[in-house]
Ligand binder design. Structure first.
Ligand SMILES: [Zn+2]
Length: 314
């Protein structure tokens, strides 16, 4: 089963999925650019409907506890649009961390994640279905970033839920090492933002370890052309790792919305997928990136047996 905000669903019900999105987010308290917040349900719902018109049925909403996550609003969005939303528990980059993390052990932080996954978030009975997006700075681990990652490993091992990260090249291997050391199933690891690194050998070196990677900044052509994303996806498929790639747009500023003449949540389906077809990727492979792979990774058999909750309650 897969845990979404409104109900647990089967893997078959997930359908075409954006694997790393933000629908309600506030990074403005640190970025202070005046744009890095999306807090208005009525603004985001039409943007999501446009993605659904392209066939999108589900999304992993990876906004963490310290990024302005709001599960009441996410529930409203799910009800209004019919999109399956998997929401998250986790902590983001060091500059966003609450102060109490300084004193907390990885074990204590893991307890917060586990509570969000098995009891409910912020006093609601809405449970997270993913540990995400666990961040580390582009220059290496800063502050408590190693600790929040270790905690993610502990929580994943206990509950069976997947971990999705925000990871640069410098810390990619150490990120995998920390999670594996905590006993995480490699197939429950999604290393995010890997499309920002144009190096197929590097991608394959990660994939050989049994983990998954996300090309989740589709449409952000100022960072990387979508042609490069599509070409590197083709190389991954040719090397035999097509079952370990996920796609998304990662919208965190409302100025990316179509209402601001941006691509909104549409770049995966409007730009990257057509390029993949052009480069010879089959419909079947593309469907894997969008449906089978995300469904397999967030599927958690412990939901069905109730095992995911019993250890917490006991
Ligand atoms: Zn993100």
């Amino acid at each position: 089963m897969i845990r979404t905000i409104l109900k647990d669903i089967s893997s078959e019900e997930l359908g075409l999925t954006l694997a790393h999105e933000h629908f309600i987010v506030d990074l403005d308290r640190i970025r202070k650019d005046g744009y890095s917040f999306i807090q208005n349900v009525d603004e985001v719902v039409p943007e999501i409907r446009k993605a659904m018109d392209q066939g999108i049925q589900s999304a992993f909403e990876v906004t963490t506890n310290d990024m302005g996550r709001d599960v009441w609003k996410l529930k409203e969005i799910a009800e209004k649009t019919g999109l399956n939303i998997v929401c998250s528990t986790g902590f983001y980059l060091a500059e966003y961390h609450p102060e109490w993390l300084n004193e907390a052990s990885a074990e204590q932080i893991a307890e917060v994640y586990v509570k969000d996954l098995t009891e409910g978030i912020d006093g609601t009975d809405i449970k997270a279905g993913l540990i995400a997006e666990i961040a580390s700075s582009s220059k290496g681990f800063v502050g408590n970033e190693r600790k929040i990652l270790t905690a993610a490993g502990i929580a994943s091992r206990r509950t069976g839920f997947a971990v999705s990260t925000h990871t640069g090249r410098i810390v990619a291997q150490e990120t995998i090492d920390i999670l594996l050391k905590e006993g995480v199933d490699p197939d429950k690891i999604i290393l995010g933002h890997q499309d920002l690194i144009d190096d197929s050998e590097y991608h394959l070196s990660l994939l050989r370890q049994g983990i998954n990677i996300a090309f989740d900044t589709c449409g952000k052509t100022a960072y990387m052309p979508d042609e490069t994303r599509a070409r590197n996806a083709l190389k991954i498929v040719e090397a035999g790792y097509g079952d370990h790639l996920l796609l998304s747009n990662d919208i965190s500023r409302h100025t990316y919305f179509t209402s601001f003449d941006g691509k909104g949540y549409l770049a995966v389906m409007d730009s990257v997928v057509p390029l993949m077809r052009q480069y010879g990727l089959s419909e079947e492979k593309i469907h894997r990136f969008l449906a089978e792979n995300p469904a397999r990774i967030v599927n958690n058999p412990q939901i069905e047996t109730g095992e995911d909750t019993c250890f917490w309650k006991n």
